[in-house]
Write a protein that binds this ligand. Sequence first.
Ligand SMILES: Nc1ncnc2c1ncn2[C@@H]1O[C@H](COP(=O)(O)OP(=O)(O)OP(=O)(O)O)[C@@H](O)[C@H]1O
Ligand SMILES: [Mg+2]
Length: 799
Amino acid sequence: MEGMCPMKDSVLETYKDSALQTYKNGSENGDYSSIGRKSKTSSSGLAWKDLWVTVKSKGQRSRVVLQGLTGCAEQGKILAVMGPSGSGKSTLLDALAGRLGRHARMTGEISPLNGSNKKGLSSGRSIAYVTQDDTLIGTLTVRETIMYSANLRLSGGPTSKKKIELVEKAILEMGLGESANTPVGNWHLRGLSGGEKRRLSIALEILTRPELLFLDEPTSGLDSASAFFVIATLRRLARDGGQTLIASIHQPSSEVFALFDSLCLISNGRTVYFGDRTLAEQHFSDAGYPCPPRRNPSDHYLCAINSDFDKVKSSFSTDLESSYPIEQISSTEMTNILVEAYSLSNFAHAARLRADEMLAQQQQQKRCRAKTSNASSAGFFSQTLALTRRSFVNMRRDMGYYWLRLAIYIMLTLCIGTIYFKVGTSYQAIMARASCMSYITGFLTFMSIGGFPSFVEDMKVFSREHLNGHYGVLPFVLANFLSSLPFLALISIVSGSICYFMVELHPGFSHFAYFIMSLLTCLCVVESLMMAVASLVPNFLMGIITGAGIQGIFMLVAGFFRLPNDMPKPMWRYPMSFLSFHMYALQGMYQNDFLGVNFQSTTLPGPSIPGRFILKNMYQIDLSRSKWWDLFVLIAMVVGYRLLFVVMIKLSEVIPKHLSSASPASLMRLKSSYAESEAEGKRQPCSPTSSSCRSSSPTSSSSSSPPWPVIPFAVSSQSSSSPGPNAPLTSSSSVSSASGSPSLLKNLFLQALELFRGTKTAVILRSQICTKPTSPTSTINSSASSLFLLRNSSLNALP
Ligand SMILES: Nc1ncnc2c1ncn2[C@@H]1O[C@H](COP(=O)(O)OP(=O)(O)OP(=O)(O)O)[C@@H](O)[C@H]1O
Ligand SMILES: [Mg+2]
């Protein structure tokens, strides 16, 4: 390549100078300020370079979601990420925040925050992420939600004056004063409106003033005035606190749009524009699509690049067509032109230069110092305490968590009590007692599965807070256990007592206590098992099915439906029956009830049958093992399943991170998978393997130099039959096509200009349409910078 373009180095220097000069000028005029001013002093912010993301769904080919995005978010500024639905906004935010799912692969560079390491980026102490969905605890009020969040993250007691002040400030800033005491709302409680929930989600994350704040659609569901105040507050936070804010946004009003400093416009994962928000208009008009006067620029940009409805557009009635602002060309073509124009513009080059600069700066800082964070944090015990309190309040207020279960348990145990009422010690009572206990340990505990949907809701809140680094997994597991214990104890005591006294099981307080403890431990095991299931299957329907399946198998091998020694040894006896908590529960309860009781024989009067004999010979119980040992195993299972949950969560954190950072080899696979999907016609015409997209492909962009001097070049003309910038083009003729040096490109261009001088002509440069010649403002000099100017979409100003 070097050999092919001897002028490359000098051209590049001129190109870079030109780009930087443009930034400096812009900076003086208030433009490009986000890039120019901070460049020497700012060390924070976030930069990313050549960011490619592919996703792979089960049974489907890889799909490229982000295509070589480069940009940066400056400290003290707010960056808007805009684009049509499905363009990759959330994916970009996820990639930057290190939150891509396990099916996503990512390549490219992302700067660490304030010299922190990768762990620091996702540790949440200095970054926060407001996701597109609001995951809140429905039973808590606005004030309680924020207060608990403050207790979880800030040091100092729950009544700390500073904390209360911070909470009240966050409520005020998000305009939630009126609804501060309104519950969030859930399935049985009508609470906050969608917009209020959105503002509450933001309030929770701005509470600790994170250094970097990601907001996915912070204004969805808000009216234009609320949206304005929310973004204005965020902007003030960024300005005052030196925070870096990145927000994806849909259709902002012109007032809201004007609050953003920089704009990242993406379509189908490609950059349509990145740079100062105020200069986007220039980019669009340079590419031939100026924003009409008195039109919201953001509406214009989104109309231009939304290609989802191209087919629908063609079927519109005349009425609708005339009301659609941009109708002369399909949005797909328009997007391709804008993407192409951007890739060749000095906006792209300057973004790359600034990203390079920030990446280098922050790498330097990473070496020099450890992560800094001004966010104070609550300790392990205060976090566990705050979480336990919050969880307890939620469980108490949520009807579906335990109260409904208590009612069902009372009803069921009344049924058991009446069916086995005063069961006695007759010969028939032997079977009746065994069945009763089998039902209690199997089916009664099985009912605890009903709390799974509520637990899944808790898990969603945990996922959000844990990802934002509010607390670790251990405080959550402990708090969940501690807060649920009083409810489970209540259920066990109430329903166990009904059962125990109505059936008249083995009398004596120690027997009663064992019975209640055994029931309570079984409920705890089921809760813990379902917790472990939730870590694997976080969907409540799938989770219930999985949990029910596991318990069904465990019940079968407990030793009631098939006696222990009669079970097939491999698999069912060993290890399945020993993994089944039902086996330990059943054997413990059998011992608790049968030992010390004599049953009547079949023939009256005859010798009585001791309970020990029945257990040993009829139910094949190993009496060398005490009932307390069975209880101990059950308690160990509670701990084991909860530890399993911790391990699964930890693993799920490690695995996606490992997978999401792709190696150079996977970079090549990424390219080829993209080429394959393009060949199948799944993507837009621009691809990293086609000449028109090479400037943004991972291969070409791995070099810091702009790729344009060696890109195949084509100049053609299309004649216009009628005047006007959007006049239809009726004929075309190709002039030349070559791959070569800047001087060759310049000659070709001059040739084209000469040919089309004085005609109503559009010049197409690498598929870009430049509208007919208008004013003679630009001259072609022999310097390389002039060529750069031409390529920098000044083509509509040809002489
Ligand atoms: N894990 C995934 N598996 C399959 N497809 C995915 C995955 N993640 C993202 N995508 C796809 O990537 C594209 C971009 O998704 P993304 O959520 O980033 O869009 P968006 O711009 O945020 O859209 P919206 O404005 O509607 O929120 C979508 O077409 C989506 O289906
Ligand atoms: Mg989204």
